[in-house]
Design a protein around this ligand. Structure first.
Ligand code: COA
Length: 334
């Protein structure tokens, strides 16, 4: 197919990966003064998976040369990507571009997508995309647009090892974060494709709300301020995407929000007028996995049979930056 309005993108395969070490809230209480009840009540998180940090054995920590051992962002991306390719019935040789969304790359140089591309045998280009927790939705819009522009197949992955930038001495946020990866294959289909409307944004004056410096102690966050703004920007962005897609909120079959805090997810759904039963949630199991959170929740819903061809899916995320992104996507290949 040639580029232009006659071609769009559809999702034809999906996969996910979580590191084996499960860290419970009870485990977290060994780090600082907190409790299972407090964490569950304030965040909805019961467990998360860690690839590195104090709960992971020395032998299983991420390797010095990432991509060739357990526990790295690349390793998780490879596992999720491999599963997505297999489900789509294709191999890396069929992929024209790998987009790896991550805010916890394995190295400063080069991009983590290089190691992932080599492991999966990807024939085309590869790049990292960092829009923090809004990353996967930024990536979905980018990938779908590039498919419309002429790339036949894109592997889109959200993968993180946030435990490498978590300050485990900071009880105000260390319990929130986890590691994991989710991936989808986007393929060209005739017609307009499945991306019906989208919105991407950033307010760079808000960098100080959430950041981790190179060589610093780890993540620093102003939790309440992030919470307030997250609800507002996610609702505004989702409404804009729905409007651009010419879709009413009652037509949304599944809402896949960034999994940062179940109270934020519920507040956003309530303000949008979406019944909470339509929320896709894995936060109790994964914590906040940044770029990986939306694909992990999407893949979980697809596996659970919550998505049928033609269903409208609303994705919406926010993150450090402060970034936000939303998209209305039609599930299936038509
Ligand atoms: C982090 C978050 C769960 C904290 O919940 P909160 O209701 O805002 O809690 P607060 O920060 O107001 O703290 C309330 C009290 O609990 C205490 N507290 C903080 N961390 C605690 C912990 N782990 N265990 C027990 N108590 C804790 C505080 O010291 C404070 O005590 P005080 O009232 O005596 O001063 C919440 O702010 C949040 O989720 N923010 C958004 C985070 C987010 O989405 N980040 C990712 C962006 S991509």
């Amino acid at each position: 197919m040639s580029p232009g309005p006659g071609r769009g993108a559809a999702i034809t395969g999906w996969g996910s990966a979580l590191p084996p070490r499960v860290v419970t809230n009870q485990d977290v209480t060994t780090l600082f003064d907190t409790s299972d009840e407090w964490i569950v009540e304030r965040s909805g998180i019961h467990r998360r998976h860690h690839a590195s940090g104090p709960f992971v054995a020395e032998a299983d920590q991420p390797p010095a040369h990432p991509g060739d051992g357990v526990g790295s962002t690349a390793t998780l991306a490879i596992e999720a990507g491999r599963e997505a390719l297999a489900q789509a019935g294709v191999t890396g040789a069929d992929v024209g571009l790998l987009v790896l969304c991550t805010t916890s790359p394995d190295q400063a140089v080069p991009a983590t997508s290089s190691a992932v591309s080599a492991a999966l045998g990807i024939a085309g280009g590869a790049m990292d995309l960092n829009a923090a927790c809004a990353g996967f939705t930024y990536g979905l819009v980018t990938a779908a647009s590039l498919v419309a522009s002429g790339i036949d197949r894109v592997l889109l992955v959200g993968a993180e090892t946030l435990t490498r930038v978590t300050n485990f001495a900071d009880r105000s946020n260390a319990f929130l974060f986890g590691d994991g990866a989710g991936a989808v294959v986007l393929e060209a289909v005739p017609g307009p494709g499945c991306l019906l409307g989208w919105d991407l944004g950033v307010d760079g004056t808000l960098v100080a709300l959430l950041y981790a410096d190179h060589g610093g102690p780890g993540m620093a966050m102003r939790g309440q301020e992030v919470f307030r703004r997250a609800v507002r920007v996610t609702v505004d962005s989702a409404e804009l995407s729905l409007q651009r897609a010419k879709v009413g909120v009652d037509e949304v079959a599944l809402f896949v929000p960034h999994q940062a805090n179940s109270r934020i997810m519920d507040a956003v759904a309530d303000r949008l007028g979406l019944p909470r039963e339509r929320i896709a949630s894995v936060i109790h199991e994964t914590g906040n996995t940044s770029s990986a959170s939306i694909p992990l929740a999407l893949v979980d819903a697809a596996r659970a049979g919550r998505l049928a061809d033609g269903d409208l899916v609303l994705l919406a995320g926010f993150g450090a930056g402060m970034t936000w992104a939303s998209a209305v996507w039609r599930w299936g290949t038509q």
